[in-house]
Design a protein around this ligand. Structure first.
Ligand code: IPE
Ligand code: IPE
Ligand code: MG
Length: 247
C-alpha cells in the first residue's frame, strides 16, 4: 500500500469530489495593466483585489486550504521599484485584511523563505500567523519569496542534520519524511493547481506537492479572475478521473 503523503492520493478522492487544497499561480497583473496603458503597479493593485475576492469565495465554497503564489524567489529579478511596490501591497493586504481573516476563522500561513524579507514585514507576518493559528474554517497559505527547489533544499538540509546527529538513519528517509520537512507540512494534499494568464508552466511552484494534482490553466488574467472562474475550475476538477497510477 502506498504511503499517504502531501503529494500522494487520498483513496476517497474520485470523480465528483471537491478539492480540499487548491493552489493558484496568480499571473497576468502586468499584462492586465499594459492592456489599459496603466503602470504595472495598477495591475498588482487589482491583483490584490482579486486575491481578496478569491479568499472569500474559497471560504464560501468550503475549500479547506488555499495557497496563493504571491512572490517567487525569482521575482527579485524585477526592477527594484516593482519589487518594492509588491512588498508595499503585501504589507497593506495583511494590515487591512487580518481582522477579517481572524473573524472569519481563516488561519494564515506563509510558505517560502519569508524570514529573508524586511524585518517589519517578518514581524507583521509572524504576528498575523500567531493571531490566527487556532482558526479552523480555512487555511490561507501565501507563498512569499517561495521557490520549490529551495524549499526542497531546506528540507534536505534539515533531514541531513538529523542524520548527522544520529537521530535517524539514511534508510529512514522516505516520502513521508520529506513531506513533513516541507513548508506545506501542515496543509492537506494538493488537489488542484490553477494558473491564470495563459502560461503553462509551474515557475518553481509546489513541484513536489503537485505530483498528482490536477492542473488547470486559464487564459483569464489574474485581476479579472472572479468567483465564477473558481467555480468553473472546481467543476473541471470534479470531472477529472484521478487514477494515481491505478486503473
Ligand atoms: C503576477 O503578475 C504577479 C507576480 C508575479 C507578483 P505578473 O506581474 O507576473 O504579470 P505579467 O506576467 O507580467 O502579466
Ligand atoms: C510566477 O509568475 C510567480 C507568481 C505568480 C508570484 P511569474 O510571472 O513570475 O513567472 P514567469 O516569470 O512567467 O515564469
Ligand atoms: Mg507573470
Amino acid at each position: 500500500m502506498a504511503r499517504a503523503t502531501a503529494s500522494s492520493p487520498r483513496p476517497e478522492a474520485g470523480q465528483g469530489a471537491a478539492p480540499r487544497h487548491v493552489a493558484i499561480i496568480m499571473d497576468g497583473n502586468g499584462r492586465w495593466a499594459k492592456k489599459r496603458l496603466l503602470p504595472r503597479v495598477a495591475g498588482h493593485r487589482q491583483g490584490v483585489e482579486a486575491a481578496r475576492r478569491i479568499v472569500r469565495a474559497a471560504g464560501d465554497l468550503g475549500i479547506e486550504a488555499l495557497t496563493l503564489y504571491a512572490f517567487s524567489s525569482e521575482n527579485w529579478r524585477r526592477p527594484q521599484e516593482e519589487v518594492s511596490d509588491l512588498m508595499g501591497l503585501l504589507r497593506l493586504f495583511i494590515l487591512s485584511d487580518i481582522d477579517e481573516f481572524a473573524n472569519a476563522g481563516v488561519r494564515l500561513r506563509v510558505i517560502g523563505d519569508y524570514k529573508a524579507l524586511a524585518p517589519d514585514l517578518v514581524s507583521l507576518i509572524d504576528g498575523a500567523m500567531e493571531r490566527t493559528a487556532g482558526n479552523r474554517a480555512m487555511t490561507l497559505a501565501i507563498a512569499l519569496n517561495y521557490g520549490a527547489q529551495f524549499e526542497m533544499v531546506r528540507a534536505v538540509r534539515a533531514i541531513a542534520d538529523r542524520v548527522q546527529t544520529g537521530e535517524i538513519a539514511p534508510a529512514a528517509i522516505d516520502e513521508q519524511m520529506i513531506d513533513t520537512h516541507l513548508d506545506t507540512q501542515d496543509l492537506p494534499p494538493l488537489d488542484l493547481l490553477i494558473r491564470t494568464s495563459g502560461e503553462k508552466r509551474l515557475s518553481n511552484f509546489l513541484l513536489w506537492q503537485a505530483a498528482y494534482a490536477e492542473l488547470h490553466f486559464v487564459d483569464t488574467l489574474w485581476p479579472d479572475f472572479d468567483k465564477q472562474c473558481l467555480v468553473d475550475a472546481l467543476a473541471h476538477f470534479g470531472q477529472r478521473e484521478r487514477r494515481f497510477g491505478g486503473l
